[in-house]
Design a protein around this ligand. Structure first.
Ligand SMILES: [Fe+2]
Length: 231
C-alpha cells in the first residue's frame, strides 16, 4: 500500500539497546527520539514555533509531532548499560569487512539496512546548489557504528557514495586532514547526540565525489549512524 501514511518498520540493527524505526509518508506523527530527515526535502516539526529540518539533517524531540515528511528514521538509546557489547549482538569488527584495517582499533559496525531509493541532486546534497535541478537515483543505506572512547576510526578519503553521519550516543568529532596524518588536522566538526554533520565532499564529475582526508574520532564511547547514498 504505497499511499498508506505513517507506515513503519524497524531498521535491521534495531534491538533492545537502540531502537531504530523507519517511517515513510509521514503525517502528524508523534515521536520521541533522534529524528533523522532521510528525504531530499525539508520536513516540519510541530512546536511552540514549528520548525523546519533541512534535508539529511536531524534533531532530538520529545513527544512532538512530525507534521509532514517523506521518510525519517527515529533512533533512541533504550538501554545504556552494556551498550558496548555490540560484538556479541551480531555487529562486526570493521577489520573483518575491510582488509588491512588496524587489528588494534576497536571499531564495530552493525548490519546494513538498504532502505530503498531516493531522488537527489548530488550537488544539493553537498550544498553546492540550493535547489534540486539534476536529480539522480540513489540507493539509501543505513548502518550504525560503535567504538569506545579515544578511538581513531581511520583516516580515509575514498567513497563511491555520498555520506553523512548522525551522532546517536556519546560524543565524537568528524575531522578533516591535509594529509593522511592525524597531525595535519584542519577542521573538527563536533558531534553530539542528535546532530548530523553536513557533507564533506564536493561533486567533481558524474558519480564522482571528492572527499578530503577525514575520519570519525570517538571522544567518549560512541554510537553514530551512517547515512549513505549509493549511485
Ligand atoms: Fe568517510
Amino acid at each position: 500500500m504505497p499511499d498508506q501514511t505513517n507506515r513503519s518498520r524497524p531498521l535491521c540493527f534495531s534491538d533492545g539497546y537502540i531502537s531504530a524505526v523507519l517511517f515513510e509518508n509521514v503525517e502528524n506523527l508523534e515521536v520521541s527520539g533522534i529524528v533523522v530527515n532521510l528525504s531530499p526535502e525539508t520536513i516540519w516539526i510541530e512546536g511552540v514555533v514549528n520548525a523546519p529540518i533541512q534535508r539529511w539533517r536531524s534533531t532530538t524531540i520529545t513527544a512532538k509531532k512530525i507534521l509532514k515528511a517523506d521518510r525519517i528514521a527515529v533512533l533512541k538509546v533504550e538501554r545504556a548499560e552494556n551498550l558496548g557489547g555490540v560484538m556479541h549482538r551480531g555487529w562486526s569488527w570493521f577489520g573483518d569487512i575491510f582488509a588491512g584495517f588496524p587489528r588494534e582499533t576497536p571499531l564495530y559496525v552493525s548490519s546494513i539496512d538498504t532502505i530503498g531509493t531516493v531522488e537527489e541532486d548530488p550537488r544539493a546534497f553537498t550544498r553546492e546548489v540550493s535547489t534540486r535541478s539534476a536529480k539522480q537515483t540513489f540507493e539509501l543505506k543505513l548502518k550504525l557504528w560503535w567504538s569506545p572512547a579515544q578511538t581513531d576510526a581511520f583516516i580515509h578519503n575514498e567513497h563511491p557514495f555520498l555520506e553523512t553521519h548522525t551522532q546517536i550516543h556519546g560524543f565524537g568529532r568528524m575531522q578533516k586532514f591535509r594529509e593522511r596524518d592525524a597531525a595535519t588536522v584542519y577542521e573538527d566538526v563536533i558531534m553530539s547526540p542528535g546532530f548530523s554533520h553536513e557533507a564533506f565532499c564536493l561533486v567533481t564529475g558524474p558519480n564522482q565525489w571528492t572527499y578530503p582526508w577525514h575520519r570519525y574520532y570517538a571522544d567518549t564511547d560512541a554510537v553514530w549512524l551512517a547515512v549513505e547514498l549509493h549511485p
